[in-house]
Design a protein around this ligand. Structure first.
Ligand code: 3NM
Length: 512
C-alpha cells in the first residue's frame, strides 16, 4: 500500500447516522468523494459485530486503496489485517501496542498536551506514525471528554514542540468540532513557530457520519482543503492600490459595527464620523447577520466590558462566515481571570484581520506574560521584547498585530495569506516584517477616556477600505493618522478637555 495520506481522515460513529443510512453507506460515500484515511471507532459495539463491520469496511477501503485504522482494539486490527491501530492516552500503552502489531502497521495516538509530545520524542521513530491533536473545539461527538478545547493556538503549540523535539517522522491531524465554517482558518492558523510545520490533515466524525448527503459533505471538505490561501474578504472592499486606502474610507464610508465598552461608545462614534465612517453600536445578536451583510461593514470587537461571551462568539462567527473583516481589541486581556477566559475564548472563535492592544495586552496574548494594572499596561518591557510579543501574536493568529505604546509596533502575520497543508508556511515568527511608528510623546492620550479604544475605530475603518492584500498597509496608515491627529491636538489644546475636541477636529482634517 502507498504511504498514508492524512489530508481527510474520517472517524466513524454508528450512533449518529441519519435515517436510512448505514455506517457502510456513509463510509462508501466518503471514500468515493475523497476521504483519504479511515478509522473505525465503535465504542459500544460487541466484538462480533465490530469484526463484521471491520471486514466490510476493509473491503471498501481496499477498493479505494485507503488505509483502515481500528480504534482501540488491537486484537481486531490484527484479526482483520487492518492497516493500523489508534489508541488514546488511557488505552494500552504505545510500546505494548507496537510490540503487538509489529513494525509495519500504522500506529496513531491521541495527543492534547505538549508533555505527550515529549513522551513520543523519547520513544523515538518506529513507535508512533501519527497523532490526532485535539480536541480543537467543543464537540458533540465525544460527550464524555474531559478535554478543554485547545483552539488552533493549542494545535500550534503541539506542532512547535514536535519541531523542537525534531519529531519529523510524526504526521499530525487536528480533531474535534471541525466543520466547513472553521477548517480553513484552523489550517491557516495551525503552524509551528519556526514556520516549518503545519498539520497534515483534518480528522472528523459528525460532519460526514451525521450528514444527510455524506458525498456532498466530503466534496465540500475536499474543496476547502484544496485551497492554498485564506481570505478575510469576499470580493474585496476596494481596489488593490494601497495608496487609495484613505480615499476609499471617504468614498465607501465603512459601517463600523462596534461591540465595545460603554466608556468608548460615544467617543468611538464621534471618531468614526470624523474620519468619514458610519458607526453603529449593537450587542443584539439577532441583527448581526443583517449588519454584516451591509456593504463595507466591519466589526470592531472590544472586550472592555465583560459582555456575554456567547454574543461575542456569535458576532465573530457571523462576520467570518460573510468574509467581513474583524478588528479585535482584547482590552485588559489578563486583568482578571474572567477577562482572561473570555478573551481566550474569543481569540479561539475566529479569524481576525487585526488584533490591537497595549503592551500589557499584547504581552498577554503572545504568551510571554505581561503585567496588567486594571486595563492599563504596567509593564516596562524593552522595545525588543515588545516587538517579539507582537510578532508572536501576529504569527499565532495569522493577523496584523498592533502593540501601542510610545513607539507603536505593527507586524504583518498574514504571510501572503498562504495556507499550507503538509508543509510549513515558510517564515518563522521572528521573520515577520514590522513597522515602527514613532511619534511625539503625547501624555494627554492617557488623560482622556477611550483614546486607545478609538484607535481601534480608526483601524477598523481603514481595514474595511482596504482588501485582503493590503490590511497591513491599512493598519499602518490608520495608526499613523491617529498619532498625527494626537500630536496636532496636543500642540493646540489647553488641557485634556480641549485635547479631546482638538483630537476629533484633527482626525476630521487629516482624514480628508
Ligand atoms: N477524538 P467531531 S475529539 C474521536 O480530542 C474524537 O482526541 C477527539 O468528532 C480527541 O468531528 C473526537 O464530530 C470527536 O467533532 C470528533
Amino acid at each position: 500500500m502507498k504511504a498514508a495520506d492524512y489530508t481527510l481522515y474520517l472517524v466513524t460513529d454508528s450512533t449518529m447516522l441519519p435515517e436510512g443510512k448505514t455506517l457502510i453507506s456513509q463510509l462508501a460515500e466518503g471514500l468515493k468523494n475523497g476521504v483519504t484515511i479511515v478509522q473505525l471507532r465503535e465504542k459500544d459495539t460487541d466484538a462480533k459485530t465490530f469484526v463484521a463491520l471491520a471486514l466490510e469496511a476493509k473491503k471498501l477501503c481496499d477498493h479505494y486503496n485507503v488505509p483502515l485504522i481500528i480504534n482501540d482494539r488491537v486484537d481486531i486490527a490484527l484479526a482483520i489485517d487492518a492497516s493500523g491501530i489508534h489508541v488514546g492516552q488511557d488505552d494500552i500503552p504505545i510500546p505494548m501496542v507496537r510490540k503487538l502489531v509489529g513494525p509495519e502497521k500504522i500506529v496513531g495516538w491521541s495527543v492534547g498536551k505538549v508533555e505527550e509530545v515529549d513522551q513520543l520524542a523519547e520513544w523515538g521513530p518506529g513507535m508512533i506514525n501519527y497523532i490526532g491533536v485535539g480536541t480543537v473545539f467543543d464537540t458533540q461527538t465525544k460527550k464524555d471528554s474531559k478535554k478543554i478545547p485547545m483552539g488552533p493556538e493549542g494545535v500550534s503549540r503541539i506542532l512547535t514542540r514536535l519541531q523542537e523535539k525534531k519529531c519529523d517522522w510524526i504526521k499530525t491531524v487536528a480533531i474535534g468540532g471541525l466543520h466547513p465554517d472553521n477548517i480553513s482558518r484552523v489550517v491557516y492558523q495551525s503552524q509551528s513557530l519556526d514556520g516549518k510545520r503545519s498539520i497534515d490533515g483534518i480528522s472528523l466524525v459528525s460532519d460526514i457520519m451525521a450528514s444527510d448527503d455524506a458525498g456532498q459533505s466530503t466534496r465540500i471538505l475536499r474543496e476547502i482543503l484544496a485551497e492554498k490561501s485564506h481570505h478575510f474578504f469576499e470580493g474585496g472592499a476596494a481596489d488593490k492600490n494601497t495608496a487609495n486606502i484613505k480615499e476609499n474610507v471617504q468614498k465607501l464610508s465603512p459601517l463600523i459595527h462596534h461591540i465595545t465598552n460603554r466608556v468608548h461608545q460615544n467617543f468611538g462614534a464621534n471618531v468614526a464620523l470624523a474620519i468619514g465612517c458610519s458607526p453603529i453600536m449593537s450587542e443584539v445578536a439577532a441583527e448581526f447577520e443583517d449588519l454584516c451583510k451591509i456593504p463595507h461593514s466591519v466589526l470592531l470587537l472590544n472586550t472592555g466590558t465583560v459582555a456575554d461571551v456567547g454574543i461575542l462568539i456569535h458576532a465573530v462567527k457571523t462576520y467570518n462566515s460573510q468574509k467581513r473583516p474583524i478588528v479585535l481589541d482584547p482590552v485588559g486581556f489578563s486583568a482578571s481571570s474572567a477577562r482572561l477566559i473570555l478573551n481566550k475564548k474569543v481569540l479561539s472563535a475566529g479569524q481576525f484581520a487585526c488584533i490591537k492592544g497595549n503592551t500589557g495586552e499584547i504581552m498577554g496574548v503572545s504568551g510571554l506574560g505581561g503585567a496588567m494594572k486594571g486595563v492599563d499596561s504596567s509593564g516596562d518591557d524593552s522595545l525588543e521584547t515588545r516587538i517579539e510579543a507582537t510578532q508572536l501574536v501576529a504569527f499565532k493568529y495569522r493577523t496584523v498585530a498592533v502593540c501601542t505604546g510610545e513607539i507603536d509596533i505593527v507586524v504583518d502575520g498574514t504571510a501572503s495569506l498562504k495556507r499550507p497543508l503538509q508543509s510549513g508556511v515558510g517564515v518563522s515568527s521572528a521573520d515577520l516584517s514590522y513597522e515602527l511608528i514613532k511619534s511625539e510623546n503625547v501624555p494627554l492620550f492617557g488623560r482622556i477616556t477611550a483614546s486607545g479604544c478609538s484607535l481601534g475605530t480608526v483601524i477598523a475603518g481603514f481595514v474595511c477600505a482596504a482588501n485582503d492584500e493590503s490590511i497591513f498597509t491599512a493598519v499602518v496608515q490608520a495608526v499613523t493618522l491617529y498619532k498625527l491627529a494626537g500630536t496636532r491636538a496636543n500642540a493646540t489644546c489647553k488641557g485634556s478637555g480641549s485635547f479631546l475636541v482638538d483630537l476629533i477636529d484633527n482626525l476630521y482634517l487629516a482624514a480628508e
